[in-house]
Ligand binder design. Structure first.
Ligand SMILES: *Cc1c(COP(=O)(O)O)cnc(C)c1O
Length: 221
């Protein structure tokens, strides 16, 4: 497993060189993250709070830490002081808690709204109705310590490329639609986080601005 070579290979396949590569390092030891860091990676994604905190303490301070998985509300406080971007905001309640914890540490935390785009019901995220309700609420206007900078989605785990493409296209479509609307002041939509090791090329073709890639860099888990 040569991490540097993997990174070069992945970057060579990118359909869009402006797309940000978030290296998903969950379950991997510090030494491998350091290798990726030495190869130039500064954006790392983790999906467990405790692991994220432990790694953040041991690795260079200029790393941008992305929380990519389902985040429990009672754990937001552990990452509020340093997290760069929370990809998996899957409920209004969670967004409110992030705002509360961000305020305590005098930060504004960037967030992505996770939309439920997959066919599987196991995947977290807002549906259209929940999103509309949040956007129309008064409370959303009051969350001055969060900034919603985009959307995130995970496609169905399937070999059916057309299915995956359709789901990513739907997310991009929603993104464009939202951008054309009048949104609360804490919205500044610019990012679409979609695509993982198995589907990042399709995601980029459909307009992804951030891909979250783990196993193609660090090997299988
Ligand atoms: C694990 C994970 C990834 C990366 O998956 P790979 O298939 O290893 O690239 C991306 N996004 C989320 C939310 C994940 O949990």
């Amino acid at each position: 497993m040569n991490i540097k070579e993997n990174l070069i290979e992945i970057k060579n396949t990118f359909q869009n060189s402006d797309c940000l590569l978030v290296a998903v390092s969950k379950t991997k030891p510090i030494s491998l993250l350091q290798e990726a860091y030495d190869a130039g990676i500064r954006d790392f994604g983790e999906n467990k709070v405790q692991e994220l905190v432990e790694k953040q303490e041991q690795l260079p301070a200029d790393i941008r830490w992305h929380m990519i998985g389902h985040l429990q509300r009672n754990k937001v406080k552990y990452i509020a002081s340093f997290v760069h971007l929370i990809h998996g905001v899957d409920s209004f309640k969670l967004l409110k808690e992030i705002n509360k914890q961000a305020k305590k540490v005098d930060r504004t935390i960037s967030c992505l709204i996770q939309m439920h785009i997959a066919e599987e019901d196991s995947k977290f995220g807002f549906d259209q109705q929940e999103l509309d309700e949040m956007l129309q609420s008064i409370e959303i206007q009051e969350l001055s310590n969060v900034k919603i900078i985009g959307l995130m989605g995970m496609a169905t785990f399937t070999d059916d490329e057309s299915q995956v493409r359709k789901e990513f296209r739907g997310l991009k479509h929603l993104f464009d639609k939202l951008k054309s609307q009048k949104l609360p002041d804490n919205f500044e939509l610019k990012e679409i986080s979609m695509g993982m090791s198995g589907d990042y090329l399709i995601a980029q073709e459909e307009g992804s601005t951030m891909v979250r890639i783990g196993s193609a860099i660090f090997g299988s888990r």
